[in-house]
Design a protein around this ligand. Structure first.
Ligand code: NAD
Length: 240
């Protein structure tokens, strides 16, 4: 039996049970801010202090949160799955890594990375970017920005992601609302490749109708159950 090739897309919902708020709260705000005030290049040009403080607070918060059973289950799947697997996260937190995922790409960047606009170098960054720290590579001050993809910017790793989708047999979207493109369109790419498409989300997403199957509930329950089921089905298929 050929081992199914899997692509998993995750969004803010997978980190919600770890205590990281999702993008769109019931008030339509992200941690009390309008998205266009903190997550666009225009916002950064207009008010860099506000934007740096916003991401500094998100980065500092990472030290107080832990991966939940959904992140850990994907880490187990990554360790156990003998075939192709790519976990694509829209999240900028580091909970997948801490949950054991290795075959992982951050399409919207990472809070724990800083990008120097003077020399282009990227650095692992755990502290604040407010206060104009110097770039460790070129020494320029006040030129480092969070290495996250803002609205209007090009997501990272797109060639690798589309290549994996084009040969996928199973596509799973977890905790993502279907509002943000291009990620919301991945289900179409996977369908075109003939993949079975499964959505795991608290409620049906905007693009639910494009999936073959939707399971609703908290990721911390649905994802471990899905991973156990997948590994068991594969074990039985191997044995027969
Ligand atoms: P979103 O906030 O638009 O949608 C979250 C989805 O998760 C919703 O459909 C919601 O119903 C679902 N959800 C909430 N709690 C859940 C749970 N316990 N289990 C399963 N599903 C749950 O998020 P998005 O689709 O990822 O798009 C928003 C953008 O926000 C992304 O680009 C991402 O970069 C950014 N973001 C990231 C983080 C993070 O890194 N953790 C947090 C907030 C926003």
């Amino acid at each position: 039996m050929d081992v199914p090739r899997i692509v998993i897309l995750t969004g803010a919902g997978i980190s919600a049970e770890s205590g990281v708020p999702t993008f769109r709260g019931p008030d339509g705000l992200w941690e009390g801010h309008r998205i266009e005030d903190v997550a666009t290049p225009e916002a950064f040009a207009r008010d860099p202090v506000l934007v740096q403080r916003f991401y500094d607070a998100r980065r500092a918060r990472l030290a107080q949160v832990e991966p939940n059973p959904a992140h850990r289950a994907l880490g187990q799947l990554d360790a156990a799955w003998p075939g192709e697997l790519l976990i694509v996260t829209q999240n900028v937190d580091d909970l997948h890594e801490r949950g054991g995922a290795r075959r992982l790409v951050h399409m919207h960047g990472e809070l724990r990375s800083a990008w120097c606009l003077a020399c282009g170098a990227r650095h692992r960054w755990d502290g604040p970017l407010s206060g104009d720290p110097a770039c460790p590579a070129c020494g320029a001050r006040g030129r480092m920005r969070p290495d996250v993809v803002w609205f209007g910017e090009m997501p990272y790793h797109m060639d690798r992601i589309y290549a994996a989708l084009a040969r996928s047999d199973l596509f799973v979207a977890i905790g993502t609302s279907g509002h943000v493109y291009p990620a919301a369109g991945f289900v179409e790419e996977a369908r075109a490749a003939g993949a079975h498409c499964l959505e795991l989300n608290l409620e049906p997403s905007l693009v639910s109708g494009r999936f073959h199957e939707t399971r609703t509930g908290p990721a911390g329950t649905l994802v471990p159950a899905f991973v156990a089921e997948l590994l068991e089905r594969f074990r039985l298929a191997q044995a027969s």
